[in-house]
Design a protein. Sequence first.
Length: 276
Amino acid sequence: MATWQVGQGSQASFRVTIKDGTGAPITTYTGAEPLTAKVWPGRGYPATFAPAATWADHAAGTVDVAISAVQSAAAAAGLYYVNAWVTDGTGQHLAYRGMLEVGGQPGAVVIPSTYTTYADLEDYCSWVGELQAQDADRSTAGFIRQRGRARSWLDEVIVSRYKVGQFAPQIGQPGWGPWSISGGQTDPPPSKWLRDQLALDTLMVFDATREIVSKRALYYVLQPQIGRQSDVPHQQLAHYFAVESEELVKSYRAEIDLTGDGWADVVVACGATNLR
């Protein structure tokens, strides 16, 4: 099947030829036969939109399928099926079957904040740029999405380790079922206040911070590079970087500067957790 391409918010027209079972054009149409076309994600999902289908030259069996800018703008970027039908005296017949790739266009999506740069990724995987070159149509410059996800991951670790007003003493060994002397006290819910503060870029970013989020971002970059077998070098590297980031964060102290004076006002030991 051929694959048509159109950018979101762009218009495009494609010409197809109706052929018989041998591949020869059907030239017996009068041009009065109704034409329809649909673009949809596949299977039994509803149509995403219906392009306009018109006769280009009925004597040559050619049809134009036109996609408007409004239609492409409303479709999410991705790969779709496209079919066209012709209806004659004997019923409706499939005239064309192919694929349509809707490409992304600059829009209003907010660029995620990060704690690391593309150059930081290259410090731990010098050839990572090759992956972007191989998939330039679907990747983002400097792997900004993956670096943004890495920041979100670290922020959630910090929020989950933040225990305010937690004074209940424990007995027992960490990791071996310690019991709280106070009985029924439970961990507080994640702190919305701290999450809001982190969103204001209050975390003091040091080399340790950059290493953690860089290795986590590389995990997000490499993990989707799945080959035909389950165990391929990219997945092995993805696992390595995931483990590295998780081990490094265990000894990480998040220093949060709420006033912007260069001194930490809140310190969260990310390796400490309540194991009750």
